[in-house]
Design a binder for this molecule. Structure first.
Ligand SMILES: NC(=O)C1=CN([C@@H]2O[C@H](COP(=O)(O)OP(=O)(O)OC[C@H]3O[C@@H](n4cnc5c(N)ncnc54)[C@H](O)[C@@H]3O)[C@@H](O)[C@H]2O)C=CC1
Ligand SMILES: O=C(O)C(=O)Cc1ccc(O)cc1
Length: 305
């Protein structure tokens, strides 16, 4: 990993976690940061999320050899435009956005003279803002890197090395493939959670609050996901519209098939489907990807929050 000065734009969950992780695992690198919110800048400085919290985006990037945009997907283009004049020519540009095609397009349009290699750490929580970050967020998690065809291989290898130093397992794929895969594994589940919690809440009048009162484990899991940041998720759905709509169409068809099985009393169909999905969950656990394990994502030698 050969970055010596890393600028982080957006000091929330992702930006703050990167700053803390660099401090913990790449202590020789210097970090600067900027956030559009004065309150977030102040809190980031109190928590020491980066070595220097700057008052302008230009000041944050002036000496950087890597800048990582950690703002909501819809703010990437504007945030990049704000650093254009001050960004050193050799500085590599990356991001952590949850969708990739639209963000790559926006960053490339804002910074046409710079090398842009987008990335997406598939690691997060429902919390946001400068209090949400923690150093071990990326340990044993995937980070998907989506280099354009013209990528400089040395810069790509530097970026891969950076994420590996933070504990992530790096996978390279095209932005198109990323957006399709994440639409079904991350974006659709969030949409379903937002829907089911909203529906249950709307039904409260009918059931006199019993929906919430008697909510079992499954519903509680949905409420955690549905507590995720509204700005970010609005932007995710708008920026990955085509892939989400494709997956939603498929999901709706499968849901309709289950609806029919219930209506006609086709117990075999229900049983077979549930048996298949149980096997999928069990195979995930066997592969060691069960994040309900208390030590998941943690390094042996660390115990910080
Ligand atoms: N929340 C999650 O679990 C994950 C989020 N991501 C991606 O990471 C990015 C950041 O998400 P979080 O850190 O969760 O959000 P967050 O809400 O915790 O942090 C975003 C920060 O960006 C700041 N900001 C907004 N516009 C800005 C601008 N123009 N210039 C400078 N700062 C600006 C906000 O004030 C906020 O502090 C998003 O693109 C999201 O898709 C990726 C993986 C997981
Ligand atoms: O909190 C959860 O369960 C998440 O799914 C976190 C998350 C949110 C967005 C991403 O792009 C990646 C991970």
């Amino acid at each position: 990993m050969s970055f010596s000065t890393i600028a982080i734009i957006g000091l929330g969950l992702q930006g703050g976690s990167i700053g803390l992780a660099v401090k913990a695992y790449l202590p020789r690198a210097r970090t600067t940061g900027y956030d559009v919110s004065p309150a977030h800048r102040a809190r980031a400085a109190e928590r020491g999320l980066v070595d220097e919290v700057c008052e302008t985006p230009a000041d944050a990037v002036r000496n950087a050899d890597l800048v990582i945009f950690c703002v909501p997907p819809g703010a990437m283009g504007m945030a990049a435009e704000q650093v254009r004049e001050a960004l050193p020519a050799h500085c590599l540009v990356s991001d952590v956005g949850s969708s990739k095609q639209a963000i790559a397009r926006d960053l490339g349009a804002a910074l046409p003279d710079h090398m842009v290699i987008p990335a997406h750490p598939v690691a997060g929580t429902e919390n946001s803002g400068p209090d949400a970050g923690f150093a071990h967020l990326f340990r044993n998690r995937w980070c998907i890197v989506t280099p354009p065809a013209t990528t400089d291989m040395l810069k790509l290898s530097d970026l891969v090395g950076f994420w590996e130093a933070l504990g992530a397992n790096v996978e390279i794929m095209t932005p198109e493939h990323h957006d399709l895969v994440l639409a079904v594994t991350s974006h659709l589940p969030h949409l379903i959670a937002y829907t089911i919690v909203g529906t249950a809440s709307d039904l409260e009048d009918v059931t006199q609050s019993e929906v919430i009162k008697y909510s079992a484990g499954g519903f509680r899991d949905f409420t955690r996901i549905a507590a995720s940041d509204p700005t970010m998720w609005r932007d995710v759905f708008l920026s990955n519209k085509d892939a989400v709509l494709t997956m939603l169409q498929r999901f709706t068809e499968d849901l309709t098939a289950l609806q029919r099985a219930i209506r006609v009393g086709d117990g075999d169909m229900l049983f077979d489907q549930f048996k298949r999905t149980r096997a999928i969950r069990r195979s995930i656990i066997e592969e060691g990807q069960d994040d309900s394990r208390p030590d998941f994502g943690r390094n042996d030698h660390e115990n910080e929050k």
